[in-house]
Design a protein around this ligand. Sequence first.
Ligand code: TMP
Length: 234
Amino acid sequence: MEKREQLYEGKAKKVYKTDDPGLVIVSYKDDATAFNGQKKGQIAGKGVVNNTMSNIIFQMLEQRGVPTHYVQQLNERETLVKAVKILPLEVIIRNVAAGSFSKRYGVEEGRPLARTVLEFSYKNDELGDPLINDDHILALELATEEQLRQVKDYAYAVNEGLKGFFLERGLKLVDFKIEFGLWDGKVILADEISPDTCRLWDVNTNEKMDKDRFRRDLGKVEETYQEVFQRVQS
Ligand code: TMP
């Protein structure tokens, strides 16, 4: 597979063309941002962790019947993936109150939720990724009804797969964000699943083991990414 010109550079990844129009290469950076890019930094080794961890998880999810963009890891930071058209939705699943949910509804972080919560944000940096509902999505034609149903079914399936996977590794899955794309007309899981996109708390100590250490200046950022990486590989 030949790597061709850069197609796109995002906050945490770059995407390159290949000689196959159906496939692209994603390259994970150590750059970290928060609060819609207002806070900027670097987390040494993050690109390697997020690339490899996403690939391990995507293969686990494929085995559980969730189609993903994953094709083949090329090196520590780069992976060959299916070239999808990303649906402009951030799909968030919450098992425990935290982050913007706690702030918005005035509930303490760590409060268990009486049911799993699925919410959508409209993926649009200029607007600050506003919360959006099913009616908004259909009215704005961001997805069809069939795609929306598929996205939700897969999101709940990802939650079930991830909860067990992390619990076996001593991590509680508080919440996470995923993105989907269209490939060959079908909805498939794309982007990444990593400490950048999940809240993970140690089951014994409740210590935060994710990007909140960077967002909230909690220290031990690099060490925490490496610790999660060790556990994921075990
Ligand atoms: P929130 O509580 O800030 O809305 O975040 C919910 C989950 O989504 C959390 O696991 C972090 C993740 N997330 C992203 O992956 N990207 C983002 O831009 C934001 C705001 C959150």
